[in-house]
Design a protein around this ligand. Structure first.
Ligand SMILES: NC(=O)c1ccc[n+]([C@@H]2O[C@H](COP(=O)([O-])OP(=O)(O)OC[C@H]3O[C@@H](n4cnc5c(N)ncnc54)[C@H](O)[C@@H]3O)[C@@H](O)[C@H]2O)c1
Length: 247
């Protein structure tokens, strides 16, 4: 097992890609504290996975969330090796229609909790020689129309990830970013509401399909979380069937 003995925090870990990550991390031997606003889905996943998965019900955009999550991971498992900042909630809109609430939602659910959790977990990750994996998006790299707030928050995540990789590398902490393309409820919603964009996105994927969360996305994240990637930091890994080839 690739994550034997490791303890991970996974945000947004009860739904979409996060649920697949929680399942596969546990399968690979990790113990996982997973955080989500969806109580029903979290409790169901906790019951499915047994004692190596602990659900922490919390809204990441609320005051003190990062500190509470760190504390919960310590109480549950006593250490921390991997931090996966996966959660996100955003509302597509043309730039001129992007309200302060839409900006706040995108940054409040992804960039700010990512940055806060990195800061408050720094000491634990320095102790374990840990790995941070932050979720960004191809929409940020390409500047997809209607994704202004989302794209900005995701590129801010890539920026702070590179700074942390530089500053914390000497302490043994690795920080990498992934940009997935996977079939989740969110992508299904996007496909239904923005069919032309979704069709164009799929047409640009050389491997010709949308990724499966557990079979295609999670194994790449496991690689970045585990010791096989010990000499890799500061990188953005596209897990998107080749849809975007970053040079
Ligand atoms: N699915 C894709 O193809 C795709 C493409 C590019 C990037 N991404 C990125 O991958 C990550 C996962 O995407 P997904 O498609 O699984 O999304 P999703 O919407 O299906 O799942 C997100 C999960 O995060 C939780 N969440 C959202 N806001 C939260 C908050 N404030 N506090 C706690 N939990 C919260 C939700 O309840 C949900 O369980 C996101 O960062 C997303 O931007 C996904």
């Amino acid at each position: 097992m690739k994550l034997d003995g490791k303890v991970a925090i996974i945000t947004g870990g009860a739904g979409g890609i996060g649920r697949g990550l929680t399942r596969v991390f546990v399968r690979e031997g990790a113990r996982v504290l997973f955080v989500d606003t969806n109580r029903e889905a979290g409790l169901a996943l906790e019951a499915e996975l047994g004692e190596r998965a602990v659900f922490h019900h919390r809204d990441l955009s609320t005051e003190g969330a990062a500190e509470a999550i760190r504390e919960a991971a310590l109480i549950a498992f006593g250490r921390l090796d991997v931090l996966v900042n996966n959660a996100n909630r955003s509302t597509p809109a043309p730039l001129l229609d992007t309200t302060p609430e839409i900006w706040a939602q995108a940054f409040g659910s992804s960039f700010t909790p990512t940055q806060r959790l990195m800061m408050v977990c720094h000491d634990l990750l320095a102790e374990s020689g840990g790995s941070i994996i932050n979720f960004a998006s191809g929409a940020g790299l390409t500047g997809s129309p209607t994704q202004g707030a989302y794209a900005a928050a995701k590129e801010a995540i890539r920026g702070v990830s590179r700074v942390a990789a530089n500053e914390w590398g000497p302490e043994g902490i690795r920080v990498n970013v992934v940009c997935p393309y996977a079939l989740t409820e969110g992508v299904k919603w996007w496909t239904e509401n923005y069919p032309e964009q979704a069709a164009a996105a799929l047409a640009s994927v050389p491997l010709g399909r949308i990724g499966d969360v557990e079979a295609d996305i999670a194994p790449a994240v496991v690689f970045l979380a585990g010791d096989d990637s010990r000499y890799i930091t500061g990188q953005t890994l596209m897990i998107d069937g080749g849809g975007l080839m970053v040079r």
